[in-house]
Design a binder for this molecule. Structure first.
Ligand SMILES: O=P(O)(O)OC[C@H]1O[C@H](O)[C@H](O)[C@@H](O)[C@@H]1O
Length: 546
């Protein structure tokens, strides 16, 4: 198969991008009073206004033609149908089965996975209820008040960020804490504030081989044993979530305390599995279930809506448009909602670990970018920092703005102020400010002509900077579930267009192997060193200091 960059649909888009490069979005808005209406789509409590993009209807049609040419819908159906689409690991990709409430089976290798999925959800529900009711007690008979979730990557980001995003829904009486980094400062800080009698540790690791998680759990276990807990008490205070049941039991976790997951769930897609247990403990099972319901609703939308009205497809196509036809190297996420402040970091793993690839599924090296750098932080904070570069810098940075229309507080004018900032940023990015407008603003300042011209040059805002605005009625668990699934499917569609396997992550492996080799040299201070001279020197300096 030829690379997508050699296809007719790609050439059409290259030509359209050239044509459009001389047209400012101001003109596109001036030409069409219906522009916002034409470029708005809605689903699952989310409204996507994508009118402030460098697009025309011709561009959108050509992008949809690209999606059709790349067989996005049949690839989508293969994923939902349990086909082995992760071809380098020979695995199905079925995070969608974890929120499949259709009552229909999902087959992998001729076996319906749904009974195991539903049984695990029931086991989670029971544990959550036992902990919240105080029925599950610590070894001294006290109820559990704190949960420490230990995991990293997908076994950390989803649980932590979704828990944080749903703070208004937290169950009172339980606090959930997260430890990811192998940096001992992290676990030391979390343990220092815990009461051994009322703390439950959840070890989350799909593979059960991840260095950080194994070490942090060992440290937690030592702390437990040193502070009065016994080996037999461990069963009341340590549980695990893993697809590697044997490794978990070998590690000392009682089998009944292990929540299973499966190799057809990718780490960065695993919050819908028992990896989401910390979320369920923080919120209560009903709210956790609503999160899954929202994702299921988005799955249905993704499968059923025409591509032109399909939220994940539209967002994916706009991303491809900027990455491949305008050279955009990054994409910024700007949630205007404090509780959603971690969302950019979540999407960073989802997007960059999925599509940061160089070889297609049919083993060809690509000659085009497969994804931008994802970054961002909460609004309005970024406005007083990095937005300057988005407005006036020489790099193109498409943005996703996000705002809940209603918030769970009613504190003075805060929410209207927040919303006005969000909307104004999208407006300023699109519209910009011309030289003449800048000069007119300075007219009353008493400057001479040369001074006025010089200063006005600095105040010019080029505008024509693209953004999407995502509005939510409110960020309840169901809407959050839909939002996460929206981005998952966006990433899927982009991977389908670029022809890459979005579900492996070989790039993270080499660092792990080398890290173990270096650890060996750090722990054996006299072992000879044969790395490059820089690495040798770093090791020597560490040895000298320790
Ligand atoms: O859940 P685990 O097996 O411990 O894996 C944790 C994380 O580490 C790996 O290196 C991958 O890059 C991530 O995708 C994964 O989520």
């Amino acid at each position: 198969m030829s690379l997508v960059s050699d296809t007719p649909a790609w050439q059409t888009l290259t030509d359209l991008a050239n044509t459009l490069s001389s047209t400012h979005m101001r003109e596109l808005f001036a030409q069409d009073a219906q522009r916002a209406e034409k470029f708005t789509a809605q689903a699952c409590g989310i409204t996507l206004d994508y009118a402030k993009n460098r697009i025309t209807q011709d561009v959108m049609q050509a992008l949809v033609a690209l999606a059709n040419q790349q067989q996005v819908t049949s690839k989508r159906d293969a994923m939902f149908g349990g086909a082995i689409i992760n071809n380098t690991e020979q695995r199905a990709v079925l995070h969608t089965a974890l929120r499949n409430f259709s009552g229909k089976p999902v087959m992998v290798d001729g076996v319906d996975v749904m009974p195991d999925v539903l049984a695990t959800q029931e086991k989670m529900r029971q544990l959550v209820n036992k902990i919240h009711s105080g029925e599950h007690k610590g070894y001294t008979g006290k109820a559990i008040t704190d949960v420490v979730s230990i995991g990293i990557g997908g076994s950390f980001l989803g649980p932590k960020i979704m828990t944080e995003a749903l703070k208004p829904y937290w169950y009172k009486g339980i606090k959930v804490h997260f430890v990811a980094n192998v940096d001992g400062c992290h676990i030391a800080d979390v343990l220092a504030e815990r009461d051994i009698e009322t703390t439950l540790f959840l070890m989350s690791s799909k593979s059960f081989t991840t260095q950080e998680t194994l070490q942090n759990t060992l440290t937690a276990k030592d702390w437990f044993l040193q502070h009065g807990g016994s080996q037999t008490d461990i069963a009341l205070h340590f549980m695990a979530i893993s697809s590697n049941i044997k490794a978990a039991t070998d590690f000392g976790i009682a089998e009944e305390n292990i929540f299973p997951m499966w190799d057809w769930v990718g780490g960065r897609y695993s919050l819908w599995s028992a990896i989401g247990l910390p979320i369920a403990l923080a919120l209560g099972y009903e709210h956790y279930r609503a999160l899954l319901d929202g994702a299921f609703a988005m799955d249905e939308h993704f499968q059923q809506a025409p591509l032109e009205q399909n939220l994940p497809v539209i967002m994916a196509l706009l991303g491809v448009w900027y990455v491949n036809f305008f050279g955009a190297q990054s994409h910024v996420l700007l949630p205007y909602y404090h509780y959603l402040r971690g969302f950019p970091a979540y999407i960073q793993q989802l997007d960059m670990e999925s599509n940061g690839k160089s070889v297609t599924t049919d083993n060809q090296t690509v000659d085009y970018a497969t994804g931008p750098v994802i970054w961002g932080s909460e609004g309005t904070n970024g406005q007083h920092s990095f937005h300057q570069l988005i407005h006036q810098g020489q790099v193109l940075i498409p943005a996703d703005f996000m705002l809940p229309l209603r918030v769970p507080h009613n504190i003075g004018p805060h929410h209207a102020m927040l919303a006005s900032n969000c909307f104004a940023q999208t407006q300023a990015l699109m519209q910009g400010k011309t030289f003449d407008e800048a000069k007119a603003e300075l007219a009353t300042k008493g400057l001479d002509t040369a001074e006025l011209d010089a200063l006005a040059r600095h105040k010019v805002m080029p505008g024509n900077k693209p953004s999407n605005t995502l509005l939510f009625e409110q960020l309840d668990p169901k809407t959050l579930g839909a939002l996460v699934a929206l981005y998952e499917h966006k990433v899927f569609v982009q991977g389908a267009i670029w022809g890459v396997n979005s579900f492996d992550q070989w790039g993270v492996e080499l660092g792990k192997v080398m890290g173990n080799e270096i650890l060996d040299k750090l722990e054996n201070a006299t072992a000879p060193l044969s790395f490059d001279s820089s690495t040798n020197q770093l090791v020597e300096r560490f040895r000298a200091a320790n």
